[in-house]
Design a protein around this ligand. Sequence first.
Ligand code: CMP
Length: 136
Amino acid sequence: MNNIEQTLSIIKPDAVERNLDNEIKEIFKNKGFSILREKKIQIEKSEAEKFYKVHETKPFYNDLCSYLSSGPIVVMILEKNNAVLENRALMGSTNPKEAEEGTIRKKYGLSIDKNSVHGSDSIENAKIEIDFFFRD
Ligand code: CMP
């Protein structure tokens, strides 16, 4: 069934720093995702705090926001059938140590913080996150 969705993907500082962004983009394309828009940016910590607001009560919130703003990231709008779930499956578990073989986090992730990629966790959040980075 046709169920085209869009989701937000971020290639995080640890992966961009290791020049893995093009390799990771190829993985998405080879799995049938279209990259509708993309940009390489570095955000302020205050912007990271807004982006990750849903985690603001978590003990790791401060470190998470410092980390996301610590270096360049690549933000992308990905499109595919069932893009939200498909992207989450391709990324693998949040903790790379628990990520399944063949997933991006298993292959490239260094730790639960430096887990190389972020992806929206629901269709509703995908809309919010796409709007956050691509308002225009
Ligand atoms: P991400 O998918 O970007 O969403 C929130 C991020 O918080 C997550 O990936 C992890 O990199 C980071 N994080 C750090 N500690 C934890 C934790 N204990 N549980 C979940 N996420 C964590």
